[in-house]
Design a protein. Structure first.
Length: 157
């Protein structure tokens, strides 16, 4: 008789081999817990980066509004226009009529003066509101709750 008698090919004792089909409940719970921990860390960072991107887009869009207002005054008799008037004149895109990158754009025009506002549509879309006037300087909101601490009304850097 051989010294390997009674052993199968896998090296275990015949009849005592345990076969595993899948994962145990504990293993699955550990994997789910790890995924939840990673998601808890990642989601706020993704939200902040999206807000930052929306804020950058809002400031860039206000610069576009400033350029459109300058062009409109040259052709419109020194009066500034509203968003619909700038769209009709073909100076800005019709997307400005609806929320754009999480911001709602409005213009208060009165003869030789205007104030263009970019206001956050929902809290998760951005942290700050912005405005600009004919001086072409993009500024944080004058509402302290909608501007960085200590920078209410200050130019955006």
């Amino acid at each position: 008789m051989s010294m390997y008698a009674g052993y199968g090919l896998s090296g275990g004792v015949k009849g005592h081999m345990k076969t595993r089909n899948g994962f145990s409940l504990l293993e699955l719970l550990i994997v789910v817990a790890i995924i939840l921990i990673i998601a808890t860390i990642a989601v706020p960072a993704l939200l902040r980066s999206r807000q930052s991107a929306n804020e950058t887009a809002a400031a860039a869009n206000l610069r576009l509004v400033n350029s459109a207002e300058t062009s409109y005054t040259v052709s419109g008799g020194l009066n500034f226009g509203s968003i619909p008037e700038l769209v009709t004149a073909g100076l800005i895109d019709s997307r400005f009529l609806t929320p754009l990158s999480g911001y709602v754009f409005t213009i208060e025009a009165s003869g030789g003066d205007y104030t263009a506002h970019a206001t956050v549509r929902m809290a998760n879309d951005g942290r700050y509101d912005f405005f600009t006037r004919p001086d072409n300087v993009i500024r944080y909101s004058t509402d302290a709750a909608r501007a960085p601490t200590g920078l209410s009304g200050a130019p955006v850097q």
